[in-house]
Design a protein around this ligand. Structure first.
Ligand code: FES
Length: 166
């Protein structure tokens, strides 16, 4: 993903075009283009919807209809760091609620979303795929198992001054 958070519209449009051109599959569709852009830019800015519409000979409304149908597409820039707490059953019974409470307090948010300074994006995850290590959190796509509220706080402090890895 490019460091796109402060890109101007023209630069963002260039990144969108670059992402669309990087698709390797023989069949390029509206959906494949939107996926490529989100992977590359981190979200779907208005420029993405417009460029896909133009390239695929569709209306902006039609492309937005596809994008808004899938909940994994986002239309605002993600935070600099990603934080996910596993909310699956194994993590839940092994302490995820306490980690959640402490993490939300530390980030100063009430639920999923971005912090006011856009440093963090926080999400729930239904299973991070490491149930034997429950409770599990993911920070900047690194998994941390058998964790605790204090440890997550420590990890959040550590990443705060590091460049984003996603
Ligand atoms: S339930 Fe948490 S990693 Fe699977």
């Amino acid at each position: 993903m490019v460091a796109q958070l402060a890109l101007k519209s023209d630069d963002l449009r260039d990144e969108v075009k670059r992402a669309m051109a990087s698709q390797k599959r023989p069949t390029i569709t509206v959906l494949s283009s939107l996926l490529a852009i989100q992977d590359h830019v981190g979200y779907l800015p208005n420029e993405a919807i417009e460029e896909v519409a133009s390239a695929m000979d569709q209306t902006v409304n039609a492309v937005f209809g596809v994008a808004s149908f899938y909940p994994n597409f986002r239309f605002t820039p993600p935070g600099k760091h990603s934080v996910e707490i596993c909310w699956g059953p194994t993590c839940h019974i092994n302490g995820a609620p306490m980690i959640l409470e402490e993490t939300l307090k530390t980030l100063g948010i009430a639920s999923e979303g971005e912090t006011n300074d856009n440093e963090y994006s926080f999400r729930f995850n239904t299973c991070l795929g490491a149930c034997s290590q429950a409770p599990v959190v993911s920070i900047d796509h690194e998994l941390y198992g058998k964790t605790s509220p204090d440890e997550v706080n420590k990890l959040l402090n550590e990443v705060q001054n590091n460049p984003a890895t996603h």
